[in-house]
Design a binder for this molecule. Sequence first.
Ligand SMILES: NC(=O)c1ccc[n+]([C@@H]2O[C@H](COP(=O)([O-])OP(=O)(O)OC[C@H]3O[C@@H](n4cnc5c(N)ncnc54)[C@H](OP(=O)(O)O)[C@@H]3O)[C@@H](O)[C@H]2O)c1
Length: 505
Amino acid sequence: MAAKLSLKLKNFMQPIRPPLTIFLLGATGDLAKKKILPAIFQLFKKGVLSNNFQLIGMARRPMTHQQFQNYVNKIVSPIVKDADWSKFSQNLFYVSGDLTNAESYKELKHCHQQLQACGNHLWYVATLPKLYLDVIRNIKELSLEKTACGWTKFLLEKPFGTDLVSSQLLNRELLQVFAEDQIYRIDHFLAKETIQNLMVFRFGNGIFEHLWNRHHVDNIQITVAEQMGINERADFYDSIGVVRDVVQNHLLQMLTMTLMEEPVDLQPKTIHTHRMQFLSQLEVLDPITNPGKVVFGQYDQGTLDGKLVKAYRQEAAELSNSLTPTAIAAKLCVNSKRWQGTPIYLRAGKRLAQSVAEITIQFKEPINEMFKKHGIVQRGNLLTLRIQPNEGVVLRMNVKKPGLDLNMSQVPMQFCYKSEFQMGLVEAYQKLIYDAAQGDPTLFPQALDIEASWRVIQPTLDYLQDGDHQPDLYRAGSWGPPSFAKLLARDNRHWSEPSPGICNF
Ligand SMILES: NC(=O)c1ccc[n+]([C@@H]2O[C@H](COP(=O)([O-])OP(=O)(O)OC[C@H]3O[C@@H](n4cnc5c(N)ncnc54)[C@H](OP(=O)(O)O)[C@@H]3O)[C@@H](O)[C@H]2O)c1
C-alpha cells in the first residue's frame, strides 16, 4: 500500500493509534527541552496522543518519575493548562541510565513491562551522536526493536555520523535492526512550512517553473545565520564545527528542495529519488582542487544587540587554540542540464549579524538596450524565500519611479504567512513526530540522501582535518570575514543581505 502523503491536503491531525510508548533517549538534553517535550505536549493537547500513551525518558542524571514530571512541568508551563497537565503528567516516566551500558536498557525494559508492554513503540534518539551506535547495538542485544502487538519506529536526530564512512557504518548498523521504512532521520528544516512550500511555490505556479534554470537565473544564495554562539556546548560544537553542524544537513537539504527536478507525483519514494538525484549531481566541495571556492571563519569578540560578546576561543579554556570554523562561505555548482554553470553560494555560521535563514534566487538582467541607452540602471529580479523568522516570499521587481523623468526603482511584492494565514504555522517537531508515527517518510532524509550529502562535503572535512588551517577571524555581529565578500566579488557579485523588513510587522 502506498505510504500516506504529508504534502496532500490534510488540515487536521488524526489521532495516533494507541497504546503508544515513546522512549526518549536524552530526555534531559537541550533539544528535548526546547523542542521535543513541548511538541509532545502539544500533540497531547490536540488529542493526537491519547491518554493511552506513555513517555519513558532516559538520561544519566538520577531522577524519580515524580522529579521528571516536575522537570517537564517547568518546560511546558508557559503552554500548560491545569487540566491538560494533570492528565499528561500521569503518562511521564523516567529511567536513569547510561546509554553505553546494556544494564540500563534492561531497566528501561523492566519499567516498560510494568506499564504497558504491548502496543506501538516510538524510539526517539536525542542524545550525543557519538552514542548512536551504542544505542542501536543495545536495542538489538535486548531485542527491544520487537513488539508483539504493534509497530516500532526509530527516530534519530542529525548529524547522522561525522563523515561519509561513519554515516555508512551507522546506516549499515541501523539496517541490521530496523527496516528503512522504520527509520526516521530528522532534519527539522525539511519540516518547516516554508521548505515544504517550495514544492507548491515552484510547481504549483505556472509563472516560475519555466524560469527556474540556468537561462534565467544568475545565481542562487542560501544563508543560514545565527546570532547565537555556542552557549555551554563547547565540547560538542568544537568536535563538529559549522560544516557538520549545518552544511551537510540543513543547507544541502534546502538547496535540494530549491533546485531538484519536478517529481511526477507526491509519493515519498518519488520525492526521495529526486532529492537523491540532485545531491548526486552536486559538485564536491574541495578546497584543494578548487581553491577559493570555500572559505572558513571563526568569530572573534564583538558586539551583538549592544552587548559585548566573547570570541570563540574565549568561550572555554579548551578552545583557546581551536581552529574549528564557526562560519563558512562556499561556491557550489551542479552538473545538470538545468543548472550547469549557475553558481550557488552558501553562507552559514554563528555570531553573525542576524538570526535568519533564507534562499535568494537572483534572476538575470533583462535583455534590452533601451534603458541602458538612457543611462538607466536596471537590475535583475530577486526572489527571496524567507525560511525564518518572519516567514514569507518577496519578489523584487523594477518599476518606474513616479516623477517627470524616467527612473527605475526596485520594489518588493511580498507574501507573509503572518498576515495571510491566521492559523499559524505547524511547528516542525510536531509535524515530524506526527508523520513518523503515521508512517509518512516524505520529510525525512533517507540513507542514500545522507550519504550523498556527506560525499559533497567529505573533501572539505578531510582538508580541515589534515592541515593547520587557520580560519579567518570575523567580528561577532558582522557578516563574516572579508574573505566571504571576496568569494562573490571575484565573480562580480555580492551577497544579498537579508532584509530585517521582510514580513516584519
Ligand atoms: N540542541 C539543538 O538545538 C539541536 C538541534 C538539532 C539537532 N540536535 C541534535 O540532537 C541531539 C541532542 O542534542 P542536544 O543539544 O539535546 O544535546 P545535549 O543537550 O548535550 O543533551 C544530551 C542528552 O543525552 C544525555 N546523555 C549524554 N550522555 C549520555 C549517556 N552516556 N547515557 C545516557 N544519557 C546520556 C544527556 O543527559 P545526562 O547528561 O543527564 O546523561 C542529555 O539528556 C544531537 O544529535 C544534536 O546534534 C540538537
